[in-house]
Ligand binder design. Sequence first.
Ligand code: GAR
Length: 201
Amino acid sequence: MTRLGILLSGRGSNFLAIADNIAAGSLTNCEIAVVISNKADAPGLDAARNRGLTAVAIEANGRKRAEHDAEIIATLRAHQVDYVILAGYMRLLSPGFIQAFPQRILNIHPSLLPAFPGLDAQQQAFDYGVHVAGCTVHFVDEQLDHGVIITQRTVPVLDTDDEPTLARRILTEEHIAYSEAIAKVISGKYEISGRRYIRKK
Ligand code: GAR
């Protein structure tokens, strides 16, 4: 059974979609070992506790990034985590963190990367005037929102949209994309060639 460690900073709807898919049996061969947040008041932590999952707050408290990350890594290791799932974790990872879990950290980003990396991706897409938006699940490397792409899902941008309606439409796809990407990766049936994720039979 593959053990997932979830990192989140906020409401945790992506985490909950993953937890729901595991509970429903549509995402198989994995379990959530621990949920960690850098924010003690993250609603996602409460949601995890309500589901009987181990939920831990590890706040930065002015510590250096590497020091804070070392405590998170130790907690992930203590729970024997195989894959780290960033689900709205709004903090950059130190190089040491990325090296501790090579090709084993996934992130979801609410744009079709490489367009609109960074904060407020949905607003960036809306303001730019794209006609198609979406989300990306990718491996995390040392550059922001940059690693090898595992899955993308698209949505139309409608004339009647404002940023919140577009963001909601993207979020619905995020909730599908993340479980799809996790299933793909934990199956082990892939290889990476340059920047390309190639599915193996
Ligand atoms: C999601 O839209 C996720 O894609 C985004 O934060 C939101 C978290 O929502 N992540 C990023 O922007 C990372 N660069 P959630 O807490 O409900 O899952």
